[in-house]
Design a protein around this ligand. Structure first.
Ligand SMILES: [Zn+2]
Length: 118
């Protein structure tokens, strides 16, 4: 018995039938779930939609940043990066959106930048 899609040899009893085609387990699963989980964009937009559907205006990362800012009154960016294991660039990008939404702000204290809630 051969898979009619990839041509792989299928052991008796392991074959799957889909619309009259004999498929191996892998091809069968593939055919049933056209959205490949290895496609980061598909996963990403699905997540985005999920969040929008739930009425959540923040990304997961932004929510985490806000949670930390809420817990501590003023956090240094490098500490935030370490706590969330993200790069300064990632933090900057997320923080820019938060600042734009007037949820968080950066403040200069002495020669230090401190991030806190708006
Ligand atoms: Zn196959």
């Amino acid at each position: 018995m051969q898979c009619q899609k990839c041509g792989l040899e299928i052991e008796t009893g392991e074959e799957r039938d889909l619309h009259g085609r004999t498929l191996c387990e892998d091809c069968y699963m593939d055919a049933l779930s056209p959205v490949k989980t290895c496609d980061p964009w598909a996963v990403h937009s699905a997540k985005r939609l999920e969040q929008m559907g739930a009425g959540d205006q923040f990304t997961e990362l932004q929510a985490k940043i806000l949670a930390i800012l809420k817990k501590n009154d003023g956090v240094r960016p490098d500490i935030l990066c370490r706590e969330l294991s993200i790069t300064p660039e990632e933090l900057e990008r997320e923080f820019a959106s938060l600042r734009h939404m007037e949820k968080a702000r950066a403040e200069k204290v002495g020669d230090q930048i401190i991030l806190r809630l708006w």
